[in-house]
Design a binder for this molecule. Structure first.
Ligand SMILES: *Cc1c(COP(=O)(O)O)cnc(C)c1O
Length: 397
């Protein structure tokens, strides 16, 4: 009997396994405590250190910390000059905030379908969607798998269209040895609780453009002159000036302390998620599910999500029922995503039809993400595998 078949006879888990639980350890506590004891808990030197270490990790010119990936994408669209009358192209298979920020700047979101295998936006669909009003493209590196950026940049560059990546899933992602933080005009990262690196809430923007970075530093803190965060410190000036109607999007040192500890363990976490990924690949091979396709050679997949597509023709239940039955076994799962065009606001305001996005619509109906946190123990993985095999066994037609 194979190891994954043996998992089926494990007793039901007693404690609920939370999907996307953060991997928090002693050094996280130590750095946060040091920050607390320093009495400087707002934006300060730790934010600067975190930016510098993140910038070096991505191998890019500038990194600017903000309080979410959503804020990051909003600022990037502002510097790209996107506004009323403009169109911004993005993937339909993403979190709603990728589209929301386009609405925030007054531009029109233009959603395109994904490729069925990679689940990333299809460069051919992007090309077909470009018009004279297209101001920016927001490729989303779904689950941590890189978008075919060379093709996207070839479409954008000659037309003067900005490329702003949503890299919420993709901190470790590489194409030909280059991290995605160094590709395109701006790249937005998320440090939300479930992400590969967490600060509780947080985000980062990277760019090779000094003018964009400088503009973000100002806009993230009310549009104050650049060093205004130092205004209460010994080296700062108490007087400051507001030079633009900016936002309250800055990161705090408490969050950056956690970010620094997390960043220094990033590769360790990636290694663990790769192990869990391989275990799932093995354990699910004979089940009525489509597993994620292997990463393309010459790329690195950040292994943020392990989304499986349920073979609904072979099951007596829909996806939501499978999730309910796993919950009853104390296993938490996620849905990534119900596509943007299926949400009421976008469906109604832009009169979108599911048939216009056949691949994203199909994925939305059948996708289910298994826990893939680096905090998972071997016991946790065995629980997920055992419960999934039992549930799908019960529901098989
Ligand atoms: C999590 C996520 C976001 C939003 O990140 P926040 O930091 O919570 O703003 C955006 N896009 C995708 C694809 C995400 O998964």
């Amino acid at each position: 009997m194979k190891w994954f078949e043996k998992c089926e006879s494990r007793p039901r888990r007693t404690e609920f396994l939370v999907f996307g639980q953060p991997d928090l350890r002693e050094d996280d506590e130590r750095l946060i405590l040091e920050c607390l004891r320093s009495r400087w808990i707002g934006q300060g030197p730790r934010v600067e250190s975190f930016e510098e270490e993140f910038r070096a990790y991505q191998g890019v010119g500038h990194a600017v910390a903000v309080n979410s990936c959503t804020a990051a994408m909003h600022l990037a669209l502002i510097t790209a000059g996107a506004g009323p009358g403009d169109e911004v192209i993005t993937s339909s298979l993403t979190f709603c905030s990728t589209a929301n920020v386009i609405v925030h700047v007054g531009a029109t979101p233009v959603l395109v379908d994904v490729e069925p295998g990679s689940m990333n936006l299809d460069p051919a669909a992007v090309e077909a969607a470009v018009t004279s009003r297209t101001r920016a493209i927001i490729p989303v590196h779904f689950a941590g798998r890189p978008v075919r950026m060379a093709e996207i940049l070839d479409i954008a560059r000659p037309r003067g269209i900005s490329v702003i990546s949503d890299a919420a899933h993709a901190i470790e992602t590489e194409i030909d040895g280059t991290r995605v933080g160094a590709l395109g005009d701006a790249v937005a990262f998320s440090f939300y609780v479930t992400k590969n690196l967490t600060t509780g809430e947080g985000g980062m923007l990277t760019t090779s453009r000094a003018d964009w970075a400088s503009s973000w530093r100002q806009l993230r803190l009310h549009g104050l002159s650049r060093d205004a965060w130092k205004r209460y410190g010994s080296s700062g000036r108490a007087r400051y000036e507001c030079v633009a109607p900016g936002y309250k999007y800055n990161m705090t040192d408490l969050e950056a302390a956690l970010g620094l500890a997390q960043l220094r363990r990033l590769e360790q976490g990636a290694k663990r998620r790769e192990e869990v990924w391989s275990l799932y690949d093995e354990a699910l091979a004979d089940l009525p599910v489509e597993r994620p396709q292997p990463p393309d050679p010459k790329t690195r997949h950040a292994r943020h999500l392990y989304p499986v597509l349920l073979d609904l023709e072979k099951l007596r239940a829909d996806r939501d029922e499978v999730i309910e039955q796993l919950r009853a076994e104390n296993i938490g799962t996620g849905i990534h995503f119900v596509a943007v065009h299926l949400h009421p606001y976008y469906r109604e305001r832009f009169a979108l039809q599911p048939e216009s996005f056949p691949h994203a619509s199909r994925i939305s109906e059948r996708t289910m993400s298994l826990p893939l946190s680096s905090a998972l123990t071997d016991e946790d993985v065995a629980d997920v595998v055992g419960s999934l095999r039992r549930v799908l066994g019960r529901l098989a037609v």
